[in-house]
Ligand binder design. Structure first.
Ligand code: NAP
Length: 253
């Protein structure tokens, strides 16, 4: 049956940035689809765990500061101490720092690039090498952005990192598709989470953003459920290196 292709029953998914926002939504969607979810976060994932426990889903948290030098080792430890294998990796954790380009410090630039770009590559490399490539199956889903396509305003490091995420998605897909490991990305549009709080609190910017979205509203974590489950499931087995925009039509304008 076609809907069976979307099931994640028996799969183990690792999702970074699992305590809030889009990452929390992806954890809930995967657990609803039948996966056992390992949520990586630097703060407690109690709220995510509660949402998943409400329908009897499986969720384990793995507390790690992803800016630490030992972040990847700690994630591997979390995997080995829970399910011992991985089928799906979602590189969701990300930060944004707003400043005029002339005022961006090296520290701010490095912190954004390290989390949004460098970690995405090396965590994907480690998970692929240790689990996905040897088992000849797996899905990696990177969270890109509208700023993988566009320049944005006052967020140059974020734009650089998210443009890299889209490029890296294609580069890794080219190398790993023949092993049955699919690498794809989701580019969310303007979603109501902590990431966009500053923007939504600025009346002029809020109106400008809303005016440009054909759907006429900010997106929600629930809006990503379908795309996230699709790209993690057998339903997308011949999809490789693609970035799927879930943006209420933003890019169509
Ligand atoms: P969010 O609510 O700010 O969530 C970001 C997540 O990343 C949080 O779980 C955060 O944990 C985690 N994180 C940040 N730094 C971390 C670190 N050093 N170690 C561990 N975890 C860390 O934002 P969101 O909107 O859900 O963003 C999720 C992803 O979607 C990001 O990659 C973002 O760039 C992307 N995105 C968002 C939008 C949007 O409109 N919201 C649009 C396009 C793309 P803490 O809570 O502990 O900080």
């Amino acid at each position: 049956m076609i809907l069976d292709l979307f099931s994640l029953k028996g799969k183990v998914a690792v999702v970074t940035g699992a305590n809030t926002g889009l990452g929390q939504g992806i954890c809930v969607a995967y657990a609803e689809a039948g996966a056992s979810v390992i949520g990586v976060a630097r703060r407690s994932c109690a709220e995510t765990a509660e949402k998943i426990a409400a329908f009897g889903g499986a969720f384990t948290e793995c507390i790690v500061d992803l800016s630490g030098a030992d972040a990847i080792d700690k994630i591997i430890e979390g995997i080995e101490n829970s399910y011992g294998h991985v089928d799906i990796l979602v590189n969701n954790a990300g930060i944004i720092k707003r400043a005029d380009a002339v005022d961006v410090t090296e520290e701010a630039w490095d912190s954004v690039i390290n989390l949004n770009e460098r970690l995405v590559f090396f965590l994907s490399q480690t998970i692929a090498k240790k689990y996905l490539l040897p088992q000849k199956s797996g899905k990696i889903i990177n969270i890109a952005s509208m700023l993988s396509y566009q320049g944005g305003i006052r967020v140059p490091a974020y734009t650089a990192s998210k443009s890299a995420v889209m490029g890296m998605t294609k580069a890794l897909a080219n190398e790993w598709a023949s092993y049955g490991v699919a690498v794809n990305a989701i580019a969310p549009g303007y979603m109501a989470t902590n990431n966009t709080e500053q923007l939504r609190n600025d009346a002029a910017r809020n109106e400008a953003v809303l005016d440009r979205i054909p759907a006429g509203r900010w997106g929600t974590p629930e809006d990503l459920y379908g795309a996230a489950v699709y790209l993690a499931s057998a339903a997308s087995d011949y999809v490789n290196g693609f970035t799927l925009a879930v943006d209420g039509g933003w890019l169509a304008r």
